[in-house]
Design a binder for this molecule. Sequence first.
Ligand SMILES: NC(=O)c1ccc[n+]([C@@H]2O[C@H](COP(=O)([O-])OP(=O)(O)OC[C@H]3O[C@@H](n4cnc5c(N)ncnc54)[C@H](O)[C@@H]3O)[C@@H](O)[C@H]2O)c1
Length: 276
Amino acid sequence: MNRLDGKVALVTGAGRRNGLGEAICIRLAEAGARIVVTDIGQPEGHLSSGNIGSAGEMAAVADGIRSAGGEAVVAPMDVRDETQVIGAIERAVSAYGQLDILVNNAGIGFLMKPLVEMTADQWRTVLDVNLTGAFLCTKHAAARMIRQGHGGRIINIASQAAKSGHRHMAAYTASKHGMVGLTRSSAMEFGPHGITVNAVCPNHVTTSLGAVQNEYFARLNGQTVEEYLVAMRARIPLQRVGLPADTAGAVAFLCSDEAAYITGEAMNVSGGVEMH
Ligand SMILES: NC(=O)c1ccc[n+]([C@@H]2O[C@H](COP(=O)([O-])OP(=O)(O)OC[C@H]3O[C@@H](n4cnc5c(N)ncnc54)[C@H](O)[C@@H]3O)[C@@H](O)[C@H]2O)c1
């Protein structure tokens, strides 16, 4: 395993059991990194409280890392709130003295509807969390890494929706395409500081976010969720949907010394269903 001993990693949107963020935290902790688990932390009305992690779940993710022998602290943070973003980075530095890795994982994908029915408010909500949130975290984490002067890693969890269009998901798809633009531009700016910036683009993973999408599209197609998933698996060259561990493994690789010369990439982790 590529080791990350001594590194400090802050992962956003990681306070959800069985989410990609939890798997990323566990994988980086197994490699020796000290983890700052962040999430919005409490229900918030207009984001739909059923689709965001609670403070209890976030604490459980950190407890799981510690009981497996790793190091973790919790820092509640809404990625849309710049003051909270600064506060979470300060928490990382006060707990562990530095910040080496940022994983922009927080995202919402539950606002699915035909584009002509989407309100400007719903559009902005998705863009605010998925894209502006990643910008704010990148801005403050990179500033810290530049001050530290020993490089760093920024990984953006984009999506298959960063590469291809998806019906009824215009805002989500635009936000994820935007994340690739953010990845490439920040890779240009931060390269001279030894900071690499890459995106990981998973296909479908049945997390809480993924399950909501399954239900919506199965209903749209007049299928059961199982019928929908059977058809999806048939389209994937490796014949299965993604697992949180698939994304976590790619993140760990991009954080490692093995990936030191890779930056500005948007890596598909999609079982071959997305190839460009
Ligand atoms: N599951 C999939 O099929 C899939 C595929 C490709 C990409 N992704 C991306 O992976 C990332 C993780 O998604 P997941 O599938 O694990 O879903 P998830 O719902 O389990 O995790 C998303 C997390 O983001 C958090 N979050 C939402 N709004 C936030 C805010 N304003 N501030 C801070 N945190 C906030 C939620 O509380 C939740 O813990 C997302 O960016 C998603 O778009 C998921």
